[in-house]
Design a protein around this ligand. Structure first.
Ligand SMILES: [Zn+2]
Length: 270
């Protein structure tokens, strides 16, 4: 399948992403132009950034390679490399790329997960703390849906729990909403969501990493006004989404951060 055809498939499916992006505004307290100690650590001190990935049976992350021969989890790794490129000594990135490098949690059988449930799961399942100088992010792929005060959120793929290194991915939302749930577009949507949630966990936008320019979407705290950035809320028309997709398909780049987010990272980096 050539890249253009891949692009068309993404376009056909990407409107789903509008509704499945994330719900960070519901889970993350926000303060204006806040620099958190954690974000400072990530962009000035951390020597290793590692991901610890756990999955519930039946909610396994997509692995394997893209049609271009790139590991799917290489999409997330390349975006992390891009966001840390301004460090004088960029951190070593430990990103698992096969299920053998991830951790099977068995079956929970839950239909709903609140933020408190996810943190309880984290306390139960995490393997350990990072070594000195390292930062570890924990990603949990589970069955069932995210739930908040408004009830079950059947359109939410991922959440980043504010103030923690914990991310949850609700695999069923991809499995039940994408026409070909095992096709490249579904796998791409999963990786895009991981990049977006890692963006929140690192402190973007204006949630720990200060803004070098004002690009905060006031209506969607934690998100950018740049429609061509992965940290955009993606709630506008298909025109913006087309541009977003074409941007990295045509250039053969998978870096999804917009220039404003990259400048925020650059300004904080040492
Ligand atoms: Zn978000």
């Amino acid at each position: 399948m050539n890249p253009r055809r891949f692009g068309y498939i993404l376009l056909a499916l990407f409107p789903m992403f509008v509704f499945m992006n994330c719900s960070s505004t519901k889970t993350e307290p926000r303060t204006s132009t806040n620099t958190s100690g954690e974000s400072l650590k990530y962009f000035q001190e951390t020597s290793v950034v590692e991901l610890e990935v756990h999955y519930e049976a039946g909610a396994e992350p997509f692995v394997g390679n893209t049609l271009q021969g790139r590991p799917y989890w290489g999409v997330l790794q390349e975006n992390l490399a891009a966001i840390f490129q301004y460090r004088s000594a960029p951190p070593t990135l430990n990103v698992p790329k096969t299920l053998a490098e991830m951790h099977d949690m068995g079956v929970f059988g839950r239909t709903e997960w609140t933020s408190a449930d996810i943190l309880a799961l984290h306390a139960y399942a995490k393997l350990g703390e990072p070594a000195g100088g390292a930062a570890r992010f924990y990603i949990y792929f589970v069955k069932g849906n995210y739930a908040d005060a408004g009830g079950k959120q059947t359109g939410v793929i991922g959440v980043s729990i504010g103030g923690t290194p914990v991310i949850a991915i609700f695999k069923e939302v991809i499995q039940t909403n994408v026409a070909n749930p095992n096709g490249p577009a579904a796998k791409f949507i999963e990786q895009s969501t991981l990049v977006h949630e890692m963006g929140h966990a690192l402190g973007f936008v204006d949630s720990g990493v200060p803004m070098a320019s004002n690009h905060l979407d006031a209506a969607h705290p934690g998100h950018t006004t740049n429609t061509n950035c992965v940290m955009y809320w993606l709630n506008e028309g298909v025109t913006d989404l087309q541009a977003f997709i074409q941007q990295f398909l045509v250039s053969n780049s998978v870096v999804m951060w917009g220039p404003e987010v990259l400048k925020d990272a650059q300004a904080l980096s040492r």
